[in-house]
Design a protein around this ligand. Structure first.
Ligand SMILES: [Ca+2]
Ligand SMILES: [Ca+2]
Ligand SMILES: [Ca+2]
Length: 328
């Protein structure tokens, strides 16, 4: 069953235009593989980004190829870029969702939750998905899974399936970065008129989230990467993959509190980095600043540097330095 595309024009929606800024930003990174206009996989350090702008079934093997490539090449963060995705078929949505959550679930049955508006009933429609794409539905599909830090990039232009996938994955604990997705929770119905013409209208079924809330509100971001630039929004932060990668690692607790230089360990060098930052000799990224703030007073200062030095000498210091830090 296809949900179909709802068109921006039809709705008069004002959505993010990230076309140019994204193209310019991604040109700086290594393109691993490009499938014409359909999809592209790029890599920066241990972060891979899979970009596609429409949910079509032909994307399924491209997505799986990209996951397999990432698995074989030491990638830790796997990002799905939905920043321009206007939706499409929910068959692809469930395939992608399945591959991104199956390390915990070990299943091949995945459901969509609807509210049937006229009756008020909740319906869960389950589909069996051929996760290994061998054309057979069997137990082998239940064993297909990937152990990445999954993440989604969204904007207000992420609509219909481009909105539902982040809603469903957020309910499973996946991090969302960018700008709140654009909603579009109603399924579409086809209405026919004379001479075989047809048009789409909103159907009576509306997608709802795990807690029964309305998917039309969009998936709220864990990290807002937009900035206001005069009278328009600046979306370039969504495609700064070093920053995106750091934030994903931070979200999933891969860093330690006090690790100002993000090398994985807390040492005296981190205190030095904070001191240099304090005298404006060094810039710290958002994530580095957050990890530097060991006394959690919302500032990275020489006081934090002193605490790290004390901690390194096993003297009294705030709790949590050197421990895995998970952003609240
Ligand atoms: Ca199969
Ligand atoms: Ca360090
Ligand atoms: Ca502080």
């Amino acid at each position: 069953m296809a949900i179909g595309l709802m068109f921006e024009m039809m709705l008069g929606r004002k959505t993010a235009d990230v076309t140019q800024v994204r193209q310019e930003a991604y040109a700086k990174y290594q393109t691993v593989k490009s499938w014409d206009e359909t999809a592209v996989l790029i890599v920066d350090g241990d972060t891979a980004v899979f970009t596609f702008d429409s949910f079509e079934e032909k994307v399924a093997p491209m997505f799986k190829w990209s996951l397999d490539y990432a698995k074989e090449n030491g990638i830790k963060n796997f990002v799905v870029d939905l920043s321009k995705n206007g939706g499409g078929t929910d068959t692809l949505l469930l395939f992608m969702y399945g591959l991104m959550v199956n390390q915990d679930l070990h299943t091949n049955d995945f459901g969509l939750r609807y509210l049937t508006v006229p009756s008020g009933n909740t319906v869960i429609e389950t589909s069996r998905i051929d996760l290994n794409l061998d054309g057979v539905f069997d137990d082998k599909d239940k064993e297909v899974s990937y152990d990445f830090n999954f993440a989604l990039l969204t904007t207000g232009a992420a609509f219909s399936c481009g909105n539902l996938l982040p809603c469903m994955l957020q309910d499973q604990g996946v991090v969302i970065l960018g700008e709140t997705s654009g909603g579009g929770a109603c399924t579409l119905s086809k209405a026919y008129i004379e001479n075989a013409h047809f048009f789409f209208i909103s159907g009576v079924k509306k997608f709802i989230r795990a807690d029964d809330s309305d998917a039309d509100l969009g998936a709220k971001v864990d990290y807002d990467l937009t900035k206001i630039d005069g009278d328009k929004k600046d979306y370039s932060g969504l495609f700064d993959l070093k920053d995106v990668g750091e934030k994903i690692h931070e979200f999933y607790g891969d860093y330690k509190l006090g690790d100002a230089d993000l090398d994985g360990e807390v040492t005296i060098l981190d205190a030095t980095a904070i001191q240099r930052y304090d005298v404006k000799k060094l810039k710290l990224s958002d994530t580095a600043m957050n990890l530097s703030d060991v006394d959690r007073d919302s500032n990275a200062t020489v006081v934090d540097a002193t605490w790290i030095q004390r901690w390194a000498l096993q003297m009294q210091a705030p709790e949590g330095i050197g421990d895995s830090f998970k952003r609240q």
